[in-house]
Design a protein around this ligand. Structure first.
Ligand SMILES: C[S@@+](CC[C@H](N)C(=O)[O-])C[C@H]1O[C@@H](n2cnc3c(N)ncnc32)[C@H](O)[C@@H]1O
Length: 251
């Protein structure tokens, strides 16, 4: 497995935060809670930052309960958001067998950069361990089995450059309507291409979430939204749970 230190990514925290996190990771790996109680107590390790992510995904999911369509996690990386969405489906609509969760990623980090991205961002940033998509597939299968009608597979992992794979996915699944799409590519090109590709798959009430909108380190995400949907047509709302996350509702 590739060590985390070899993976380039933007970090916003200071040194104290890094060493505090290292301390918590050490505590997690040395956790004396027995295996059969570990998941029951996993909340012990949620910090305000990590809990806010769960709460925001829960908020987005609750916003589309009466909207028909699939949930797309664009730039899923380790797959946390996809896993949370599947858990939310199990809580709020356990018998909705057509609420698919689809996770897109290269699983090799940023595929290509554009002049619209910050020069500090590089191809390959945010890569994951080799073959990670297989691990994620098994994990999402387990997650799905925690809820009813688990014999119907309701998630999909799409590996590759999403600028290309989104077109194949929509061709193979022409019935697709998007209820929720979460954009976390960080970079311009796949954000632009995927927004454009799903534009005519949105309906009134479709929710679009963005991880890096208005983030100076990742201008490409905002530029992609500006070029595809415009910034004034929809009210760009901020998450009550953390400063950076944003969303809009198609009306
Ligand atoms: C910031 S990370 C995503 C983090 C993740 N959503 C989370 O919550 O932890 C950005 C992800 O976008 C992916 N990515 C970047 N460009 C891509 C592209 N053209 N096609 C597919 N995935 C891409 C990267 O591989 C990376 O996993």
């Amino acid at each position: 497995m590739k060590k985390i230190k070899e993976i380039r990514m933007i970090r916003y925290g200071n040194k104290q935060e890094s060493s505090r996190r290292e301390g918590m990771v050490t505590m997690l790996r040395a956790c004396p809670v027995p295996d059969d109680e570990l998941f029951l107590n996993i909340g012990m390790f949620l910090t305000p930052q990590t809990l806010s992510r769960v709460l925001f995904m829960d908020f987005l999911y609750r916003s589309i309960l009466n909207i028909q369509g699939v949930v797309i996690d664009f730039g899923c990386r380790w797959g946390q958001n996809s896993s949370i969405f599947i858990a939310c489906r199990g809580i709020y609509e356990p018998f909705n067998r057509i609420r698919k969760v689809i996770a897109f990623d290269t699983f090799q980090g940023h595929a290509r950069m554009s002049p619209k991205d910050k020069a500090t961002m590089k191809k390959g940033d945010y890569s994951v361990a080799a073959g990670y998509e297989k691990y994620l597939d098994s994990l999402l299968a387990y997650q799905e089995q925690e809820s009813p009608i688990s014999h119907v597979k309701k998630y999909e992992i799409v590996k590759g450059d999403a600028s290309k794979t989104i077109h194949k996915y929509l061709k193979d699944n022409p019935e697709t309507v998007v209820a929720l799409a979460y954009f976390d590519f960080d970079v311009y090109k796949p954000t632009y291409d995927c927004l454009l590709a799903i534009k005519d798959r949105m309906t009134k009430g479709t929710v679009l979430g963005f991880d890096e909108l208005i983030e100076p380190a990742c201008p490409g995400e905002t530029l992609a939204l500006k070029e595809v949907l415009g910034l004034s047509r929809y009210s760009i709302k901020r998450s009550q749970y953390n400063a950076r996350s944003s969303y809009l509702v198609i009306d």
